[in-house]
Write a new protein. Structure first.
Length: 309
């Protein structure tokens, strides 16, 4: 008599990593922001979650964007690598944006991106404990796959604030593998983002910017992040953030002219995570390519108005 065992595993609605400093690296989730800042920029972000926990999530992102011609067109790319336990994903997208002037104080940016995601399970690295000690399991097989995808976004920028709506990957993709009766499937669901912020002048040099982001994924809890940043002369930026029901933290950005540095720390409210981990750490580096054309930011500045006249 022969017995056939079939194992099934379904992973649905896996959520993308949240970057605390997303306001300074928005092309990660909205292609419409590409080239928005009026200068060419290279940005690098890295986030390590649950420090102290072995094989905890680690994410790195690099993006490039620059305006072209009359600065109505933006062109760039994003590369994001996300590693968790035995799973490793890398996405690459080329971004395109186009600016429309709504009136003297507001711009509308339309964006699209195209590319794909490589997915790999390093199952052979897993070890099991048997009578012969810790050994590899021959039934655990590595698997790799590539899924093409596209994304869209819109971004409205005024003198005082911004509104961002996007879906960076609008195709739901499935990963499926069958090997000797073992089945593994996972579904990447569509992520939709909305972000809104307003800049409030407190004095000639000081401004405060409250803003938030919400992320929507089918079959997963809605993620809300609320932030407030205090900025001095567009060169020093300190902020606090609260993730609804999951954590809180602080962040810092320092603008040194052609380069900017950022750091963020997140503390989680989950007691089980805090027993073995020490929160999450995030770093951001922004490098400006070319000469500065006035103040750089997510809201419309005086130099932008002059360029559109």
């Amino acid at each position: 008599m022969m017995t056939v065992c079939v194992f099934g595993k379904v992973l649905v609605a896996q959520q993308d990593t949240h970057f605390s400093l997303y306001r300074h690296h928005m092309t990660i989730f909205n292609p419409a922001v590409t080239g928005l800042e009026g200068n060419g920029f290279l940005k690098l972000s890295t986030r390590n979650q649950w420090i102290g926990e072995e094989q905890a999530p680690r994410t790195q992102a690099i993006s490039f964007g620059t305006p072209l011609g009359t600065e109505r067109i933006g062109l760039g790319f994003n590369v994001i690598n996300d590693a968790t336990f035995v799973e490793d994903q890398t996405s690459f997208f080329v971004n395109f944006s186009y600016k429309l002037q709504l009136n003297d104080s507001a711009d509308l940016f339309l964006g699209i991106q195209a590319g794909g995601n490589t997915f790999r399970i390093n199952a052979s690295s897993l070890r099991t404990i048997g009578s012969d000690g810790i050994i590899g399991d021959p039934f655990l097989i590595d698997h790799g796959q590539f899924n093409p995808n596209v994304g869209v976004g819109i971004y409205i920028r005024t003198e005082k604030g911004f509104l961002s709506l996007s879906a960076p990957r609008i195709l739901s993709t499935k990963r499926f593998m069958e090997e000797d009766g073992f089945f593994t499937t996972a579904t990447d669901r569509v992520h939709s983002y909305i972000s809104l912020g307003r800049q409030i002048a407190m004095s000639e040099n000081w401004t405060i910017t409250p803003y938030f982001m919400s992320r929507f994924v089918n079959d997963a809890p809605i993620f809300h992040s609320f932030n407030t940043n205090l900025t001095y002369d567009n060169g020093f930026d300190f902020g606090l953030e609260y993730h609804w029901g999951s954590g809180f933290g602080a962040n810092l950005m320092i603008d040194l002219g052609s380069m900017s540095f950022g750091y963020a720390y997140t503390h989680y409210l989950n007691d089980e995570i805090n027993q073995s981990a020490n929160g999450s750490h995030e770093l951001l580096l922004k490098v400006m390519l070319g000469s500065r054309k006035g103040k750089v930011g997510v809201v419309r500045q005086d130099n932008d108005i002059e360029n559109d006249k």
